[in-house]
Design a protein around this ligand. Sequence first.
Ligand SMILES: C[S@@+](CC[C@H](N)C(=O)[O-])C[C@H]1O[C@@H](n2cnc3c(N)ncnc32)[C@H](O)[C@@H]1O
Length: 353
Amino acid sequence: MEFKNSTNNQVYDYVFRKIILSLKRGISIATSPTDFFSFNSRELMLSYLKSTLNSMFDSVSAAGTDTYEFNMLEIGSGSGEPIDWFFAKEFSHRKELQKIDYKVNIIEPNSRFIKLYKERINKYQHLIKLGMAYNGKVQDYYDENLSDEERSQLPSLPKDSLDFIDCMHMIYHLQNLVKFLYGLLKPGGAIFMVFIDSSESFLKINSSFHKEVLKNTEISSRMSQTVKARHELLYEKQILPTLQESEDSNSSSSTSHRTRPKVESYKMNTTYFAKTLADMAALGSASELLTCNEEPFDIRILEFVLDKLKSTALQDSDDAVKEINLCRSKRDEEDVWMVEHPQIICVIHKEVI
Ligand SMILES: C[S@@+](CC[C@H](N)C(=O)[O-])C[C@H]1O[C@@H](n2cnc3c(N)ncnc32)[C@H](O)[C@@H]1O
């Protein structure tokens, strides 16, 4: 693809579908989290995702109702391939045990991804209904940038209405999200979040781009602050008092259950793999540097990340400070480049007391 005359959304779309979601040899549809070539984050998060979903199902079973509508929201849903390798299997398995109707709602600013998501979910009509599909940004629901009237036109997302909220690899795009999402959970519901801790991956290179190319030290220090704040709030669980406050201020809410927030967090090492440094540069450019919008893509981002990777590749392995932990490895029996970085999983439960 010609990146030079593309918008940020087009570049993101390409990098996401063609590089991030590329599959191992001989595989055309990912039916397992181990099918992806460029990263191993899906397979490493699987057991946490499974156990969070199962805890939801267990609370549904415990409620003992004959039928249950399980309401899920996918934020930054992308094109929805986790339906193929995870949700459809788990949902059908559970449906054999219990009468559950599944509804999935999505929020996604990229219209092409929404279209692909709808096509995918059509294959599972017998199992999952598509609820609302909002083609826009999640912050439209809670930030100040829309008037009350404009916000009232958005597809509705009532409070206390959702069993499960999935925020996989999308939190990079926003702040102030978690408190809003917590308010949407039903008692017993959960939010499942996964994100890369870029401070140990592409953050240094990304912030050097702002300093060295754009001559903007403010953005680069804001980037580091955001990553640090995200880490403190979600990995070190400092979000708890905020969620507790929102519980306290909503204690008169419509449901009769008393609830409290519970946060679990885990860190594990995950890896990006790429056949070429150019593909690795595209992966690195799509992390904190690429905003999803219709503005023209700044090709200097890609050139800068690629130059940094090339010079790192030429450095001796025991050279003092490398900006990134880049090395050679094997993946799917091929020689590849790899960059290791931690992935953080944060699960927030609205626990019934
Ligand atoms: C790395 S992709 C992850 C997609 C999917 N969750 C997955 O794990 O396969 C990040 C997604 O977040 C979406 N996104 C970016 N900014 C967003 C925003 N402000 N609100 C909602 N989604 C957003 C992007 O369009 C993209 O589809």
